[in-house]
Ligand binder design. Structure first.
Ligand SMILES: Nc1nc2c(ncn2[C@@H]2O[C@H](COP(=O)(O)OP(=O)(O)OP(=O)(O)O)[C@@H](O)[C@H]2O)c(=O)[nH]1
Ligand SMILES: [Mg+2]
Ligand SMILES: [Zn+2]
Length: 336
């Protein structure tokens, strides 16, 4: 497919899942103690656009980093020309430890996982109420990825000028996820933007969702100045008409400590790497009920202790139903 064909940045950052546990190569650390700290805003064919002391600096990864890829949201250490002037190139010599990683695979049986964003603490799952139609399965999958990666979810339902949000709100009610509903008119008055902004202060929020749901429209409304400043350096948006986003872009929120990350639209969200025990952490009301589960229980199998525990009245059955729906989403394909 177009968006996940050969040309997206994410192909550069493939890593084998079983290498995730490798220890950082600490022996190279002391070498660049004078390096400046920066944040990766976007990656384009190996070129990293970083924010360093308020300047936008283009950098390449230093050879000593080997196969380790820097991704959007990474905190990095840079040396070399940090002036940010045209045609200068700095070097990224270190990728700092990550607080979180949002991962996906292209398909569920794909052994390669791609890190979509590092260090995000909130996942804004953007769904249009119409055009394109909501895809609850995709939302469920994004939720599972958020819970697995330790990000807290935020549901953003756009285009309420085209269809009402009631059905989706019903479907996600039991999950108790914060949500915002936006419309074209409220984007223009700024009301929608203000409502979204309330959830963003002090956080790094990655916006994900199907192509055309309005992620970029929203991010642009949130950070118009920053977008222009950064994309002035990056060949991101040219020409006229609607432009599908082709690489993730992190932008600082003006006047607040938060960041927003726009990402390319996805058709699916492969979950090959998900660990059900991490997902259940997002359900603290159900977690104690798993004590009686068999070893390595998927919590979606006949011997799972949660059924009996919930039947005894310890938790809301709607919560267990929602958890099961999320876990089961791994076994289904997108078209179901
Ligand atoms: N009716 C209506 N249209 C909207 C709204 N928000 C965005 N749009 C339109 O939806 C279309 C897609 O918006 P984008 O912001 O490019 O969508 P995207 O999610 O960034 O898409 P990709 O980059 O392909 O993933 C544009 O034509 C927007 O003008 C809304 O609230 N109502
Ligand atoms: Mg976009
Ligand atoms: Zn279980």
């Amino acid at each position: 497919m177009r968006r996940y064909g050969k040309h997206t940045d994410e192909d550069d950052i493939r890593s084998r899942p079983n290498r995730r546990g490798n220890r950082p190569r600490t022996h190279i650390r002391p070498k660049h103690e004078d390096a400046a700290g920066g944040m990766v805003l976007t990656v384009d064919r190996g070129r990293l656009t970083c924010l360093v002391d308020g300047r936008t600096v283009i950098a390449m990864k230093a050879r000593e980093l080997g196969r380790k890829a820097a991704v959007v949201g990474d905190r990095v250490a840079l040396v070399g020309d940090l002036s940010g002037k045209k045609d200068t190139l700095a070097r990224v010599v270190r990728i700092e430890g990550r607080d979180s990683v949002l991962r996906r695979t292209a398909d569920d049986d794909d052994p390669y996982e791609r890190v979509v964003v590092a260090n995000a603490d909130q996942l804004a799952i953007v769904t249009a109420l119409a055009d394109p139609e909501p895809r609850p399965r995709l939302i469920d999958r994004c939720l599972v990825a958020a819970y697995d990666g330790g990000l807290s979810p935020l549901l953003v339902m756009t285009k309420s000028d085209l269809a009402p949000p009631d059905k989706l709100l019903d479907l996600y009610g039991a999950l108790d996820i914060p949500y915002v509903v936006t419309s074209r008119a409220e984007l223009e008055t700024g009301d929608a933007v203000d409502r979204v902004r309330e959830h963003l202060d002090g956080r790094v929020t990655a916006f994900v969702g199907h192509s055309g749901v309005g992620k970029t429209t929203l991010v642009n409304a949130l950070v118009p100045e920053e977008r222009r400043r950064v994309t002035g350096h990056v060949n991101a948006v040219t020409g006229r008409g609607r432009h599908t986003t082709t690489s993730a872009l992190a932008l600082p929120l003006a006047g607040a400590s938060g960041w927003v990350v726009d990402t390319p639209g996805v058709r699916s969200f492969g979950l090959a790497h998900i660990d059900p025990s991490r997902v259940i952490h997002a359900f603290p009301d159900l977690e104690p009920g798993t004590e009686g589960c068999p070893r390595a229980c998927s919590h979606d199998e006949p011997d799972c202790a949660l059924d009996e525990w919930v039947a005894e009245g310890h938790a809301d059955p709607a919560r267990l139903y929602s958890l099961r729906r999320l876990l089961a989403t791994r076994e289904r394909t997108e078209g179901d």
